[in-house]
Ligand binder design. Structure first.
Ligand SMILES: [Zn+2]
Length: 443
């Protein structure tokens, strides 16, 4: 019968089955009921469009191989010098496709979940330390996150959409009817539009992947009409927003301050290479020794020789060596207020209004000082180099000069005199006095 079906298919489609490249697999544990002399016999599994089908645990068979392939890529990529934003783009573009094919057919086994998360977050952080809670990283950037994906929810939502999304429509193809018939005895009320009731999804009667799908639908309370009408992305975002997002808890930060700080953090004025330190600092999670839980208490002292534990507060506002940088920059820029910023002022970059300076420029200056303070401190801690605060100050001033030149050039190219006029008007309306603007130009 099977030979006849293949022959009939060949006649109808005009294409021939390549017998040399084809194999047959008998999926039951007993001996085959009939012979297929024209096909080679596969002993354990066959591969169809890159997915393996065998006799036993097909999900593990496929995911094991894909996780190994993903791990080889992550170990090669994770040490590249990339920003967090670039890393998120990279894993969405290159790491997700490694698992995409398999995830549509077989959901990720629970026992492999930790390995999958480890791969995605190793690539994000560049190491196995997780400085910020994962639930915060899933938030969009304007909410304080990194727009990171939750790999488990991403692949599960894809599996649910593809395999359960058609049940709400009039689709009567063979596979849809087959799925409907399988799950009907276990989820009758859900199939008829109600909620999925608690009950035993008896193993052995329901294919493993359908049982997993029903568990997900029940766990995340997804109705049939919802999964049918929403896109895969909407489904993913709804699950993430309801069950996995964590709102950041920030010290001494009002909603207004956070909103403004995030606007500048994600704005076009801040060069991309300053984002990571600014983002970690916003969450109070720079890799200062006090934040590294695996270090003993004696190892947590400030590397600049202060004889105190290096907490975020110490690094940002208490460290005497670090304060030297702020004092010198303050004097060179003639902005006295830079010397007496408080911890939240520095962390969020939004101090109470300072005469003659617009808030965006102030955010930029604070962020750049913080960045070079951190790098100078890291040279001492990691490379055992001596601490020279003047070196940091020179780097800060030349960086500010470079940004100023770039902004001026961009304004000239985009607006000429008209653009300059708009800029002056904007500065006037935002209470940014000309003296500061002229001073900034003459740095
Ligand atoms: Zn110190």
């Amino acid at each position: 019968m099977l030979s006849a079906a293949i022959r009939s298919y060949s006649e109808a489609s005009g294409s021939l089955v390549n017998l040399e490249k084809s194999q047959a697999l008998w999926t039951l544990s007993t001996d085959p009921d009939f012979d297929l002399p024209q096909f080679a016999k596969a002993s354990t599994y066959i591969k169809i469009l890159g997915v393996k089908f065998g006799r036993d645990d097909n999900a593990s068979l496929n995911w094991e191989e894909k996780l190994d392939a993903g791990n080889a890529k992550v170990q090669r990529w994770k040490n590249w010098r990339l920003t967090y934003r670039e890393r998120v783009k990279m894993l969405k573009t290159y790491l997700v496709p490694v698992f995409l094919y398999v995830s549509v057919v077989f959901p990720l086994p629970e026992s492999f979940s930790a390995r999958l998360f480890s791969l995605f977050f190793q690539l994000l952080w560049g190491n196995r330390l997780n400085p910020v809670k994962r639930g915060i990283t899933y938030l969009q950037r304007r909410e304080g996150g990194l727009d990171m994906i939750n790999p488990r929810v991403f692949f599960d939502s894809l599996f649910l959409k593809v395999n359960f999304g058609c049940l709400d429509s009039d689709n009567s193809s063979l596979w849809v009817n087959s799925v409907r018939d399988w799950i009907l005895p276990f989820a009758e009320s859900w199939v008829r539009g109600g909620s999925l009731k608690r009950g035993r999804l008896t193993r052995g009667f329901l294919p493993q992947y359908l049982e997993y799908g029903l568990r997900c639908l029940r766990k995340w309370n997804i109705a049939k009409v919802f999964i049918g009408s929403k896109t895969r992305k909407e489904l993913y975002l709804t699950i993430c927003r309801t069950f996995f997002y964590i709102q950041p808890v920030l010290k001494d930060c009002t909603t207004v301050t956070l909103k403004e700080s995030l606007r500048f953090l994600n704005g076009v004025r801040l060069p991309a290479n300053f984002f990571d330190i600014a983002w970690l600092s916003l969450h109070g999670k720079l890799y200062v020794k006090g934040n590294l839980k695996h270090l003993s208490v004696s190892e947590r002292q400030c590397p600049l020789g202060c004889q105190q534990e290096e907490t975020m507060a110490h690094f940002i506002s208490e460290c005497e060596e670090g304060r030297k940088i702020w004092r010198e920059v303050s004097s060179r820029l003639k902005i006295p207020r830079l010397q007496c910023l408080t911890y939240p002022d520095v962390i969020y970059g939004i101090p109470a209004s300072i005469p003659d300076i617009d808030r965006g420029t102030m955010y930029l200056i604070i962020t750049i000082i913080k960045y070079y303070q951190w790098h100078t401190r890291t040279k001492v801690s990691v490379h055992s180099e001596p601490f020279h605060h003047r070196q940091a100050v020179n780097l800060i001033l030349s960086e500010l000069r470079w940004i100023k030149n770039l902004e001026c050039r961009n304004r000239r190219e985009t607006g000429g005199y008209g653009g300059m006029y708009i800029w002056w008007m904007w500065a006037y309306l935002h209470n940014a006095k000309y003296c500061w603007f002229i001073y900034f130009l003459s740095l």
